[in-house]
Design a protein around this ligand. Sequence first.
Ligand code: PBG
Length: 324
Amino acid sequence: MGFPAQRPRRLRRTGAIRALVRETSLSAGDLIHPMFVRPGRRVRQEISSMPGQFNLSVDEAVADAQEARSLGVPAVILFGIPPSKDAKASGAWDAHGVVQEATAAIRKDVEGMLVIADVCLCEYTDHGHCGVVQGDEILNDPTLELLAKTAVSQARAGADIVAPSDMMDGRVAAIRKGLDAAGFDQVPILSYAAKYASAFYGPFREAAQSTPKFGDRRSHQMDPANVREALKEVRLDIEEGADMVMVKPALPYLDVIHRVRRSVDVPVAAYHVSGEYAMLVAAAQNGWIDRERAVLESLVAIRRAGADLIVTYFAKETARLLAR
Ligand code: PBG
């Protein structure tokens, strides 16, 4: 039954046939648009290591979210750059913090847009770590209370979904308990369940000004060499009440996305991170790759690996490309 009876090229001859037999779809509806919100008005500051991405004041964030929505992108995920930082990350759980204000404004002004609030302390601590620090140690359990407080204040501001990215043990349970006690039992948790200690977060740390002042994140983020451990993290988070799970980064971890997709029955998201964005943009700027094709190929590969949803800085651009 081989050649010449089998000629796989028959199904590749025209665009119409290729589209008919295509196994994986990519649409604007699968994408989540990340935004960095800072204080002020009319501020639109380009991030130097992420050309085309900006730090935005709340008014500009609303306009940006409006644009994403009109392109068919269903959700944004918000990160905050507070006016000041301290050891307790007060800006993370401030009722009038940047993310809280942006959440309320987007919910009010952008019809149908889902707001996901990233829950972490690293953008709000003066030392840049994801938790309460003692000496050179990041303390797990004292951090949980602050994370829960942060998630509750975000829900109070109107967040549709909260997304803990800190990688402390037990944070999903702590956040679920906090949300339920405050009357937010309907707010889902998207947990960054398998988040690796990755070099690809470099540009994000410039954008969020969250580079740790000392040490690194390897005591809580995962070792890139591990995949069994990712399945364990995912299982624990679901047991603690995660409604959706995320793998991060995306392209260097397609096997992890695939394994997670096969092992759970909740929606799986993947985060196509800042360094992945920066690499593509830089190569395209040099004329070394075709930007549009490389973007679409990357995102379809992440979908093919098993991600239902993709957080990507290319969300708006991709929505535009797909609409052509
Ligand atoms: C916060 C957080 C990070 C990212 C998302 N949430 C940075 C980090 O862990 O240092 C990275 C996202 C990206 O690189 O695009 N902890």
